[in-house]
Design a protein around this ligand. Structure first.
Ligand SMILES: [Zn+2]
Length: 111
């Protein structure tokens, strides 16, 4: 389960930015095309945050929908899989624009 190391990474980033203050909440973006399972991150967060500045913090997971650009017909197309096809022409030469994100967008710290 790679979510454990991902969650650990999220906590490390937040602790660096918190500068010793308690973290009250954090917003984490997870793209729908990434292989990260939000439920698993929530589960791991519970365990990993214990004893850190993030203990008891509220974890908000924001799903970013997948979107790609078709190189064949030039259409922007919604994507539900990383190797999805264009919704207009059915082509597979689609570059991914959004949906692969996995990052901490914002943290709220105790002042
Ligand atoms: Zn197309």
């Amino acid at each position: 389960m790679h979510e454990m190391s991902i969650t650990q990474g999220i906590i490390d980033i937040c602790e660096q930015h918190a500068g010793g203050r308690r973290v009250l909440s954090l917003d984490v973006e997870i793209g729908e095309l990434s292989s990260v399972v939000p439920d698993a991150v929530e589960f791991c967060f519970e365990a990993c945050s214990r004893g850190t500045l993030l203990e008891g913090a509220r974890l908000n997971i924001l799903r970013i929908p997948g979107r790609g650009h078709c190189l064949d017909c030039g259409t922007d197309t919604p994507l539900t899989a990383a190797f999805g096809s264009c919704s207009r022409c059915g082509g597979y030469r689609v570059t991914i624009e959004t949906g692969e994100e996995m990052r901490v967008r914002e943290i709220e710290v105790d002042e």
